[in-house]
Design a protein around this ligand. Structure first.
Ligand code: WT7
Length: 660
C-alpha cells in the first residue's frame, strides 16, 4: 500500500444480504459440481493433472509441477503438445469440422461464419506464410490488429510454429508499439490497413510504420486488408496477407513443443515504470484457460453460443476469445466495433441475432449500459442468454443486480471472475451450477486454486476482516517471469510476503469466508486512521438510484489525513432532472453513503461529471482524479481513452461545494 496507509486492516463497511441460488436446471446438468472443490483440496496436483488430460498431448506429461526453484515454476515439464493443434485440428479430426468456430460481426454490419475446418486451413496457411517470412521456433512476432478473425488466426499461426506472439492493443500509439517490439526483439509485425471504429475506418498501419522508423530488427510487416484504406508501402519489408497466405498449402504438420515453451508475451502497463512483458508458456496455460472456460461458463460446445466482448489485445481476449474457447471447441461471436455504433443497442442486437447464450463483459460496459437506460436492452430478445460473466474491476453490487435483471432477465447466474494478466486465467469466481451468488463478490478460489487475504504481517485475516489478496500455491497458468527481467519478476510479485504471490489488490473476507475484491491497494484511502477502499464507497454511490457510475479518491486533508472526494455520473433521467442545480442531489448522495457505510465513509465532496477518465481497457484512472482533487498539475494522460475528459472535469472543480 502507499505511504499513507496505516497498519490497521482494510475497513469492512459494506454488507450485502442478497443471495441468488443457481438455477435448478443448470445445476442439474452442470459441467462442474461441488465435488470438484473437495477433489482438488484433497489432491491439488492430481486435480490439475486430470485437467491437463482434457488436452491432446503428443507426449503425455508424467510430472505435474516442478517447484524446486520458486518462484520459477514448471508445469507438466516433460509433456509435449502443440497449442494450435489443440485449438483447431483436433476438433476437425473429431468430426466437428463443420461447426462454426467464429461468427464474425464487423462494425459496418458485414458478417462471416468460420468453421473449425476453415480455421484449420487458414491457420495452416498462415503458419506456412510466417515460415516463408523467416519466422522460426523461439522467435517473437508482434501483432497489432483490429478485432477481426485474422487476429486470432495470426496468434494461432505463431503458436503452431512455436513463435511467441506479443499482441499490442490496436488502440495504442506508435510509441507503445516501438517499446514492445524492441523489448521482445520481434522479427515480424502482423497488422492491418485499419479496422472500423465508431462508424469509420481507423488506420493501424501508419502507427506501425512510425514505430518501425525507430526500432531495428523487424524484417517483415504482414498486412491484412480490412478497410481498403491507402497505406504507405515499404518494398521488401511489407507483404499483403492475402498475397502470401492464400497461396500456401492448407496442409501443415504441427510440431509438438515442450509444455514450458513460450506461447506469448503480453505487456501490462502497471502504474509506474516501463511496461512489464508478462510471459506465458504452453501446457499449463492452456490447461487452466480451457478448464476455467469449461467450468465457469458451464460451456456446452454443442449448443452454446459464447461471446466475450473484450479486445484480443487484452489477456481476456487471449484466454477467453482465442485459447480457452477454441481449445473447448466452442462456437463464439467476435465483434469488431464499439457498443454504440450505429446505436446504443448494438450489443443486444448481436445477442438476438446469434442467439448468444453466454456473455462475458466488463463492469465499465455494464455501468455504461445502466447510464444509457433500461429501455435500450428491453427492445431486444435476450431470452437465449443463460450465463453472464464479469471481469476487469470489482463489479458494484447495484451494477451486478442491474445486469442480472436487465440483461439476464432475472434468470441467469452471474460469474464475477477475478484474475490478472499475470495469472493467465480465472482464479476466483463462482461456479454457475454450484454457488449461491452474492452481488459484488467473486466469492471463492476455483478448484485447484489457493487464494486468501492476509494482513500486513502476512497473517491470514479472520472472516469479516480485510487486507491483501495473495495466492499461496502455484497454479498452471501463472506467469513464468517478466520477459528479460527475472529480478523484476521476483521483486514485483514475490517479495512483499515471503513465498506467496502478492496480487496488488485489496480484499476482504465476509462472515461466510467469501472473498470481495476492493481495488488496487495503491487506491486505498486513509481517513482519520481508517483504511477505506475506494470500491466500497463507489458501490455505495452506485446503489443510489440516480447514480450510474462513481470514482472515489482520497485527497490530502489537514484534519483527516485524506478526505473522500467522489466523482459521479448520473443515470440518464437523473442528469436531465438535476440540470443546473445539483446541490440537493449532492447532499442526498453524501447522506446516502453515510447511511450505507457509516459516517467515516461519507464523502467530503461529490462532483457530478459527464465522463470519467479511463484506461483503454476501461479501468478508472483514480491517479488523475487525485491530481484534480488536490489541485495538482495532471500526471501522464497518454494512456487515457479520451484526454478531453480531464479538462471537462477540471472545469467543474472551483464551483464544487465543500461541506462539513
Ligand atoms: C486487475 C488485473 C483479468 C483480465 C482483465 C484485467 C482487477 C480483474 C476483477 C474482478 C475485482 C478485478 C484487479 C486485478 N480485476 N477482475 N472480477 N473483481 N477486480 O486484467 O489488466 O491484468 O488487471 O484487474 O485489480 O488485479 P489486468
Amino acid at each position: 500500500m502507499g505511504d499513507v496507509v496505516s497498519n490497521e486492516s482494510l475497513a469492512n463497511l459494506l454488507k450485502e444480504e442478497r443471495r441468488f441460488a443457481p438455477p435448478a436446471e443448470l445445476a442439474a446438468q452442470a459441467n462442474v459440481t461441488a465435488a470438484a472443490y473437495e477433489q482438488a483440496a484433497s489432491d491439488r496436483l492430481g486435480f490439475w493433472a486430470e485437467q491437463a488430460r482434457r488436452l491432446s498431448w503428443a507426449t503425455e506429461p508424467t510430472e505435474t509441477l516442478d517447484w524446486s526453484n520458486p518462484p520459477f515454476a514448471k508445469w507438466f515439464a516433460d509433456g509435449k503438445l502443440n497449442v494450435a493443434y489443440n485449438c483447431v485440428d483436433r476438433h476437425v479430426e473429431a468430426g466437428l469440422g463443420d461447426r462454426v468456430a467464429i461468427h464474425f460481426e464487423g462494425e459496418p454490419g458485414d458478417s462471416r461464419a468460420i468453421t473449425y475446418a476453415q480455421l484449420k486451413d487458414e491457420v495452416s496457411r498462415a503458419a506456412h506464410a510466417l515460415a516463408e517470412l523467416g519466422v522460426r521456433k523461439g522467435d517473437r512476432v508482434a501483432v497489432y490488429m483490429p478485432m477481426i478473425p485474422e487476429a486470432a488466426v495470426a496468434m494461432l499461426a505463431c503458436a503452431r510454429i512455436g513463435a511467441a506472439h506479443s499482441v499490442v492493443f490496436g488502440g495504442f500509439s506508435a510509441d507503445a508499439i516501438a517499446a514492445r517490439v524492441q523489448d521482445a526483439d520481434a522479427k515480424v509485425v502482423i497488422t492491418a490497413d485499419g479496422g472500423y471504429r465508431r462508424g469509420k475506418p481507423s488506420a493501424l498501419k501508419p502507427a506501425v510504420d512510425e514505430a518501425l522508423g525507430r526500432v531495428e530488427g523487424v524484417e517483415h510487416v504482414l498486412v491484412v486488408r480490412r478497410t481498403g484504406q491507402d497505406v504507405a508501402w515499404t518494398e521488401g519489408r511489407d507483404v499483403w496477407w492475402h498475397e502470401i497466405v492464400e497461396r500456401q498449402s492448407a496442409e501443415h504438420t504441427p510440431e509438438a513443443f515442450d509444455a514450458e515453451h513460450p506461447l506469448f508475451i503480453l505487456y501490462t502497463s502497471g502504474t509506474t515504470g516501463k511496461p512489464k512483458g508478462i510471459l506465458h508458456t504452453s501446457g499449463g496455460y492452456l490447461t487452466q484457460a480451457a478448464y476455467t472456460h469449461h467450468a465457469v461458463f458451464d460451456l456446452k460446445p454443442e449448443t452454446d453460443v459464447y461471446w466475450c466482448t473484450a479486445d484480443i489485445g487484452w489477456v481476456t481476449g487471449h484466454s477467453y476469445i482465442v485459447y480457452g474457447p477454441l481449445a473447448n471447441g466452442a462456437t463464439q461471436v467476435m465483434y469488431e466495433g464499439t457498443p454504440d455504433t450505429p446505436h446504443q443497442g448494438r450489443f443486444w442486437e448481436i445477442v438476438q441475432k446469434y442467439g448468444v447464450t453466454i456473455l462475458y463483459t466488463a463492469p465499465t460496459a455494464i455501468r455504461t449500459f445502466m447510464k444509457w437506460g433500461d429501455d435500450i436492452p428491453a427492445k431486444f430478445d435476450l431470452s437465449s442468454l443463460r450465463v453472464l460473466g464479469s471481469v476487469g474491476e470489482p463489479i458494484n453490487p447495484e451494477a451486478w443486480v442491474w445486469y442480472r435483471e436487465n440483461i439476464g432477465g432475472g434468470r441467469c447466474p452471474i460469474v464475477d471472475t477475478w484474475w490478472q494478466t499475470e495469472t493467465g486465467a480465472m482464479m476466483i469466481s463462482p461456479l454457475p451450477g454450484v454457488t449461491a451468488t452474492k452481488p459484488g463478490s467473486a466469492q471463492r478460489p476455483l478448484p485447484g486454486i489457493s487464494a486468501t487475504v492476509v494482513d500486513d504481517e502476512a497473517r491470514e485475516v479472520p472472516d469479516g476482516g480485510g487486507g491483501y489478496l495473495v495466492l499461496t500455491e502455484p497454479w498452471p497458468s501463472m506467469l513464468r517471469t517478466i520477459w528479460g527481467d527475472d529480478q523484476r519478476f521476483v521483486d514485483t510479485y514475490w517479495s512483499r510476503f515471503e513465498g506467496v504471490y502478492f496480487a496488488g489488490d485489496g480484499a476482504k473476507k465476509d462472515d461466510d469466508g467469501d472473498i470481495w475484491l476492493l481495488g488496487r491497494v495503491d487506491d486505498v484511502m486513509l481517513v482519520s486512521g481508517h483504511n477505506i477502499s475506494t470500491t466500497e464507497v463507489e458501490s455505495a454511490l452506485v446503489s443510489h438510484p440516480k447514480v450510474a457510475e462513481a470514482a472515489v479518491v482520497g485527497a490530502a486533508d489537514e484534519t483527516t489525513g485524506q478526505a473522500i472526494v467522489a466523482f459521479v455520473i448520473l443515470r440518464g433521467h437523473a442528469a436531465a432532472e438535476a440540470e443546473g442545480d445539483t446541490d440537493a442531489l449532492v447532499a442526498a448522495l453524501r447522506d446516502h453513503v453515510g447511511a450505507t457505510l457509516g459516517p467515516i465513509a461519507k464523502p467530503k465532496r461529490v462532483l457530478p461529471v459527464a465522463e470519467l477518465p479511463k484506461t483503454r481497457s476501461g479501468k478508472i484512472m483514480r491517479r488523475l482524479l487525485r491530481d484534480v482533487a488536490e489541485n495538482r498539475e495532471l500526471g501522464d494522460v497518454t494512456t487515457l481513452t479520451d484526454s478531453s475528459v480531464m479538462s471537462l472535469i477540471q472545469a467543474k472543480l472551483p464551483a464544487a461545494p465543500s461541506e462539513d
